[in-house]
Design a protein around this ligand. Structure first.
Ligand code: AMP
Length: 560
């Protein structure tokens, strides 16, 4: 079948041709004739990337009277990025139409600018749910004239916690409007929208349909309540390549867990309602740009989170409202990818796992909290992969090569490799020496030894100790200036832009501190924070020549 057979007008066919689309995709072939003809509600089950924007966009444009200034089409989609993408696509589909005005509206941008653009006569508004509700409440958009409402990625919108928003939008749309819904999956909640707000819709399925959580691997770990945090650390150590979310129940828990992890050298940032908008934006930016690999968040703060490729969702605690489990776990395994949803429970919470199983209609697999050996194996293999993938920077090595060469010449190549592996392995074994089993059974409780507990209390992530050679710095700030390890890591990272994983050992003293930075990242430190102020006190940073006390010169300076 060709585009000309789908019932589209000439100017749209010209636009399609200009875009280089030769053959209609499956969803286009099935949906366009129905939607172009007109008057049925419609449900299309199709993944992103199947060409569904053109499947609804082309017929929508065909129905618009561009000589009128009324808003006739409304598209609701989950994220700002998608909102802009859809708008761009619609603009190119309407390339051969005159006087078109297609307006994207989304949160985080000036609402007054958006109102102005709508008031100029927006034929189609493409919106994210929250911002659209704002505009409806301000009476900036007239729903009376809207003839077609399109819900794109409906399952994503529900996963992101927009259920109430969608309901309240659809309740305000007059009855005689057509609703076209697109979704990659058809969980009950999406079905409910179709039955509540649509009249006898035609349903089209394209490709293999995902069930609710078919591509999410759900697992749970059981430990004593007091071991929850240590189990979390083990899980993080076990997944060195994680790009994930940790969900906590309250703001306080979110902030406490995130602070603790950060102080112990994990690459995390918090997102919760006690932060200012600027702090939240900064946290999201770091996470989106992957400078930070783990975001610790509350359910509310993570609403509308639109980061792709999240590998793991960790439920540090199950949500009070178990329904939120699907919103949380739906952050992973998007766009056909797979992902893991990991739940930590104590021995009294097994019943809640059964509730979750009912909710997601899939078994939640019991997993043992990784022990030292499991983590070691994972970390060592990850290290090997990293080593194999590392490009050789000859210029950087040149400087050190003669010394290396002299030290290593005469040792057989294989032995050199074994020595490098052992250097890493030994430091790992040292870190986890005496680490016991954190698993708890319902009957007997945990089997962990007291020694493990003390050891793990010592803190620090294993990763932190893994990194290579370091440069040591001195800073003339210490505990007397309210500096703690976390604050020092934050200070160094925010002043220099380096990632917290590059900060190594920290020695805090009352009036000064030492900190170590990975050799490579260290180049950035001095030029950026030789001087600065911290809580009103000026400070200096110098390269530390030796390991101990504060240089006298600086102490004297302070007294004068
Ligand atoms: P979508 O699923 O709408 O995000 O579309 C995925 C990609 O496929 C976009 O880059 C479209 O421009 C492109 N596309 C959509 N329909 C066709 C088609 N019939 N032929 C070639 N490319 C298409």
């Amino acid at each position: 079948m060709e585009f000309k057979d789908l019932g589209l007008h000439k100017d749209l066919l010209k636009a399609v041709h200009k875009l280089g689309f030769e053959i209609p995709s499956e969803i286009q072939e099935k949906a366009i004739p129905i939607l172009a003809a007109g008057d049925r509600d419609f449900v299309g089950l199709a993944q992103t990337g199947t060409g569904k924007t053109a499947a609804f966009g082309l017929p929508l444009i065909q129905h618009i009277d561009f000589s009128s200034k009324d808003t006739q089409g409304l598209i609701v989609c989950p994220t700002r990025e998608l909102c802009m993408q859809i708008t761009r696509d619609l603009v190119s589909f309407s390339n051969f139409k005159q006087n078109t005005n297609i307006v994207p509206v989304y949160g985080g941008a000036s609402i007054s600018d958006q109102i102005r653009l709508i008031k100029r006569g927006a034929h189609i508004v493409v919106a994210t749910p929250g911002r659209l509700l704002d505009l409806i409440e301000r009476k900036a958009i007239k729903l009376k004239t809207v003839q077609r409402v399109i819900l794109d990625e409906a399952d994503e919108m529900l996963n992101m916690g927009f259920k109430e928003d969608i309901d309240s939008i659809l309740e305000q749309i007059p009855d005689n409007k057509r609703v076209w819904l697109f979704s990659a999956t058809m969980p009950k909640a999406v079905r409910r929208i179709a039955s509540n707000y649509m009249v006898d819709p035609i349903e089209i399925v394209v490709g293999k349909q995902n069930s609710v959580a078919a591509n999410i691997d759900h697992r749970y770990y059981m430990m004593k309540e007091r071991d929850r945090y240590y189990a979390l650390k083990r899980i993080l150590d076990y997944y060195p390549d994680i790009f994930g979310l940790i969900f906590c129940r309250t703001r306080r828990e979110t902030s406490a867990i995130s602070d603790k992890l950060e102080k112990e050298g994990y690459n995390v940032v918090a997102l919760h309602g006690d932060l200012t908008q600027a702090q939240r934006d900064a946290a999201m930016k770091k996470f989106r740009e992957r400078t930070v690999k783990v975001l610790v968040a509350t359910d509310v703060a993570a609403r509308g989170l639109d980061v792709r490729d999240i590998s793991h969702v960790i439920h540090y605690n199950l949500p009070d409202d178990i329904e939120n489990y699907t919103h949380r776990s739906g952050r992973t395994a998007r766009a056909g990818k797979t992902g893991k949803s990991l739940v930590l429970i104590n021995t009294r919470e097994v019943n809640r796992i059964r509730q979750v199983e009912k909710l997601v209609q899939s078994p939640i697999e019991f997993k043992r909290v990784p022990n030292a050996e499991d983590i070691c194996e994972k970390q060592m293999y990850a290290l090997m992969d990293k080593v194999v993938a590392t490009p050789i920077d000859n210029d950087a090595i040149d400087r050190y090569w003669p010394v290396f060469y002299n030290k290593l010449k005469g040792i057989p190549a294989e032995e050199i490799v074994l020595k490098f592996i052992s250097a890493e392995l030994n430091s790992f074994l040292e870190y986890y020496k005496g680490a016991g089993d954190l698993n708890a059974s319902q009957e007997k409780g945990g089997t962990r030894t007291g020694r493990t507990r003390d050891r793990e209390r010592g803190g620090g992530s294993y990763n932190r100790n893994l990194t290579g050679s370091k440069k040591r710095f001195f800073i003339n700030l210490g505990e007397n200036q309210n500096l703690n390890k976390g604050a020092l890591v934050r200070l160094v990272c925010s002043e220099t832009g380096i990632d917290s994983v590059h900060v190594g050992r920290i020695d805090l003293h009352p009036r000064y501190a030492f900190f170590e930075i990975d050799e490579k990242a260290a180049k950035k430190v001095l030029p950026k924070i030789e001087h600065g102020t911290y809580e009103g006190k000026t400070f200096n940073v110098t390269v530390s020549q030796d390991s101990e006390p504060a240089p006298k010169k600086l102490k004297k300076k302070k007294r004068s």
